[in-house]
Structures are given as structure tokens and as C-alpha cells.
Design a protein around this ligand. Structure first.
Ligand SMILES: [Zn+2]
Ligand SMILES: [Zn+2]
Length: 344
């Protein structure tokens, strides 16, 4: 079976600080970069959990395990515009890097604003880290703001929305994140032609939803030349989870589903005990939710990458196990493209 994923031909490391978009590649809607993909403790090959989602001018860091700063440097992406950090939950393998990162940003880089979003337990722990870094009670003067996250819409701009999705793991207030390109109504050129609408600014206005007056005085409403709303690209990022059942609906039709695969099916009792899922469960979720591409992360040192990959691919062939610094570009109705950002 062929895998739909395409390792990009323009896979040269790109300095995003300078170029703003990946060289000759088409501008992606969402770019997901894994900074760390190991579960619980780092391995020689894998750092602790952290990822970046980049869309337009925005960067969202998801989790910040120990060692994340160095991983970020290895991508060449740098620290600029890093002003939003989302926490899936408060376990230490997902947050211990925040102390170091906040310290660096506070001391060496210009820290104008750093918004950390998390559930109650995660934020209580982060507050302790910030007290150590900036001094007790000094966080409000540091530029760091801790934001209590609730399920629902978290962020919105003209092109996309970001929604916090509650998930089950161990303890309360665990979240996953859904990035969705907003619906768009396509411009129908054949209808415009039939209505005698001239090419140029009039069509552009109509495509933007603005009524237009034709040279002959007729007024055309956008509804006349726009098709049915079409769903945009969807990226669903889940970290640690103990049950996939509630995720099916949210993951439905995602262009990319990223989810943990801490255990193999042979150890499913252990998985249950520790509030995690297996590669099999992740692959079933991807298959049943009809996603385009599955990317597994939060990989345990007890297995080889190949074992995790084979178990998942037996159920859902369009699976990849993320390596550190792998980057995936997600566009509506296009194959997911991947490259590795490791600087040589
Ligand atoms: Zn974890
Ligand atoms: Zn955890």
C-alpha cells in the first residue's frame, strides 16, 4: 500500500526568522514541528514532549518538556514570536522546560509577553516554577501571564480557530487542541460568467463577500456567485490520553491527527494502569475517524520505533512515528508534507 505522506523535496532547513515561509514550497496552512517525542524520560534520540504549531504569523508551543530550548535552537526557528504556550496537562515531562525557557526569555531575549495556557493543576505547578525563576510573587512583573484554560474556543483570527478539547488521562484538566481553517465559500467562475460579471476588482470584491456594482448599474450580491461553505484544513493534536472514545468526533476528517502511542498492544494492561493508549488504539482512532494522516508521538524507550510503526500501520497504513524536529505541513485536501528541520 502506498503511504500518502510526501517527504518534501525542498526539505532543506529553513530559517523561518528570515524567510517567513518555506522557500519554494507553497505556504502551508498549519505547520506542526515536533521538538520532543519521548514519553516520561528522554532517550538518546528523543527529547521530552514539546511541539510547535505555526500558522500565519502565530506560533503556538504545545507543552515544554525539559530540554525544549535546545531542541528549538536545533531547528533554527529561534525564540522570536514565541508568545503562546499551551499545556496539555501538568505532568512534569510536559512542563519542566518552562522554567528554563522563561529564564532565558526573561534574561537574554526580549520577553515582552509570554502567555501560558493550561488547566488548574498544570498552572499551579507552572506558578511554582515561575516563582523560582522570577522570585515569589514577581510573575506579574515578568511579562509571563498564566491563563486558566477551559474547554472551547481559545484563539481565533480571520483564517482559523483554535479549540481546547478536554481529554481523559491521569488527573483533571487535560486537553488536546484542534486547529481548524475557517469555512470558505468558493467563488464560482462559471456563474460569474453567466451573469456577465467582468474580471478584475468586481470579482475580487464578490469573492471577499462584498456586494459589487457592475458597469451597467446592476448590483450583484456575493451569495449569487459563491458556492456552499467548504470545511478547511484540520489539525488535531492530542498529547497523553487514556481513552480514545471521546476523541472520535473531534478527530473526524482531520487532515492530520497527532496522538500519543506510549505502549504497544501487548502491554495494554500497563497502558490502562498508567492512563495511556497503545499504537493499536491510536491507529483505530485514525481509521474510524477517517483522518488523512496519523502521526504518533510520546514514544516509550521500551520499544523500537519500527515496532510502534508496524503495529499502527497494520490498522492504519497512513501512519508515521514522529522523530524529533520532524515538521509536517497541513493544507486542505492536500497530502501532508514532511521534512526534518535539524540544522547540520
Ligand atoms: Zn507524558
Ligand atoms: Zn501525562
Amino acid at each position: 500500500m502506498t503511504r500518502r505522506i510526501i517527504w518534501s523535496l525542498c526539505a532543506l532547513p529553513v530559517n523561518w526568522e528570515d524567510s517567513g515561509n518555506p522557500a519554494a514550497c507553497e505556504e502551508p496552512v498549519f505547520e506542526l514541528v515536533f521538538l520532543g517525542t519521548s514519553a516520561s524520560a528522554p532517550s538518546v534520540q528523543r527529547g521530552l514532549s514539546s511541539a510547535l504549531v505555526m500558522v500565519n504569523e502565530h506560533r503556538f508551543m504545545i507543552d515544554c518538556g525539559e530540554g525544549t530550548q535546545r531542541q528549538l535552537l536545533r531547528t533554527g526557528l529561534g525564540f522570536r514570536r514565541l508568545d503562546k504556550i499551551l499545556l496539555t496537562h501538568g505532568h512534569l515531562d510536559h512542563i519542566l522546560g518552562l522554567g528554563g525557557l522563561a529564564s532565558t526569555l526573561g534574561r537574554w531575549e526580549a520577553l515582552e509577553e509570554l502567555n501560558i495556557f493550561g488547566g488548574g493543576m498544570a498552572l499551579a505547578r507552572v506558578q511554582m516554577l515561575m516563582d523560582v525563576v522570577f522570585g515569589p510573587g514577581q510573575t506579574p512583573n515578568s511579562g509571563v501571564t498564566l491563563n486558566l484554560m477551559e474547554a472551547g474556543l481559545l484563539f481565533e483570527d480571520k483564517q482559523f480557530t483554535l479549540t481546547a478539547v478536554p481529554v481523559q488521562h491521569r488527573g483533571p484538566d487535560c486537553f488536546a487542541f484542534l486547529f481548524e481553517e475557517k469555512e470558505r465559500r468558493p467563488f464560482l467562475p462559471e456563474v460569474a460568467e453567466a451573469l456577465g460579471i467582468p474580471h478584475g476588482p468586481v470579482r475580487r470584491d464578490l469573492a471577499l463577500g462584498i456586494p459589487a456594482t457592475l458597469p451597467d448599474g446592476r448590483v450583484v450580491q456575493p451569495e449569487e456567485v459563491l458556492g456552499e461553505p467548504q470545511r478547511g484544513a484540520r489539525l488535531f493534536f492530542a498529547g497523553d490520553v487514556s481513552h480514545t472514545g471521546p476523541l472520535h468526533k473531534v478527530a473526524e476528517g482531520a487532515d492530520l491527527l497527532a496522538v500519543e502511542a506510549t505502549y504497544l498492544d501487548a502491554d495494554k494492561q500497563l497502558a490502562k494502569q498508567h492512563g495511556h493508549i497503545t499504537a493499536t488504539a491510536a491507529a483505530r482512532l485514525a481509521r474510524n475517524a477517517g483522518v488523512r494522516q496519523l502521526v504518533l508521538h510520546h514514544v516509550s524507550r521500551r520499544y523500537t520505533t519500527q515496532q510502534v510503526l508496524e503495529e499502527a500501520q497494520a490498522i492504519f497504513p497512513d501512519t508515521i512515528v514522529a522523530s524529533d524536529l520532524d515538521s509536517f505541513a497541513v493544507r486542505k485536501d492536500k497530502p501532508v508534507t514532511a521534512r526534518n528541520l535539524r540544522q547540520r
